[in-house]
Write a protein that binds this ligand. Structure first.
Ligand code: 6PG
Length: 237
């Protein structure tokens, strides 16, 4: 099941995304006793994290929530490319359990280590980690996570976390949640702001073979609920 929600501007989108995350996590805690949230880098999610830190710090029992990152760039935590540093700086006061990928090693080593973290999460009937909420960004080329179009990151893999090299978008070396892991997504929210995303969004919605389109297809095929949250610049009509 896929739904589309449009907002007049990016701030409204960020506010709605924050509220939606709180609702999904709260409901999941009620039903399952804990909730797993796969966080995304990129500027649109960061605006929503700010709102969560400022306005939703007391809305749910954060001690029952796990934060885990969907993809990360290889390099030191204090390096210019690190996503976690920016996210954690905003969410520092939120007392969730936080799993940071150690990217101060090769992509292979980092992926292997982060795979073991994902393997600790509660499992679904299909044996895959239960990912209650997955936030996904989208690039103008249709990439999501660090899965790029026409790139080896879209190849088949039995791993939950894959090493990525020669990324078309710098930096070259990364780790990413795999397409296989997305089979465990119960809810996914795609956050997109800006007119440069319009073609990629339209392409995915008419069923092209971009990474975001394939990610959505996999999640929906495995009964996950997908919500597109777009600002008016990113929406096609
Ligand atoms: C990366 C970025 C990237 C980002 C999208 C959307 O690792 O290169 O995190 O994947 O999520 O490009 O970014 P915006 O939210 O800034 O549009």
């Amino acid at each position: 099941m896929s739904t589309l929600q449009k907002y007049a501007h990016r701030d409204a989108l960020a506010k709605a995304a924050a509220e939606s995350a709180i609702e999904i996590l709260g409901k999941t805690i009620e039903e399952s006793g804990s909730a797993i949230w796969v966080l995304a880098g990129g500027s649109t999610p960061l605006a929503a994290y700010q709102i969560i830190a400022a306005s939703h710090a007391n809305d749910i029992d954060w001690s029952k929530v796990t934060f885990i990152l969907g993809d990360e760039r290889i390099g030191p935590l204090d390096g210019e490319f690190n996503n976690w540093k920016s996210i954690d700086a905003i969410l520092a006061n939120i007392p969730a359990r936080k799993f940071r990928p150690d990217t101060d090693q090769t992509a292979e080593e980092a992926a292997f280590e982060y795979e073991r973290v994902f393997a600790l999460l509660p499992k679904l009937g299909n044996g895959l980690p239960r990912l209650d909420l997955v936030w996904l960004g989208i690039g103008s080329d249709g990439h999501t996570l660090s899965l790029f179009p026409g790139h080896m990151s879209m190849g088949p893999s039995s791993a939950l976390v894959i090493p990525v090299h020669e990324s078309p978008k710098p930096p070259s070396d990364r780790i990413s949640l795999s397409l296989r892991a997305l089979q465990g997504a119960r809810n996914a929210t795609i956050l997109a702001s800006g007119s440069d995303k319009r073609d990629a969004i339209h392409g995915a919605q008419v069923g092209n073979n971009s990474p975001i389109a394939i990610a959505v297809s996999i999640i929906e095929t495995h009964d996950g609920a997908v919500t597109w949250m777009l600002d008016s610049d990113a929406a096609t009509d």
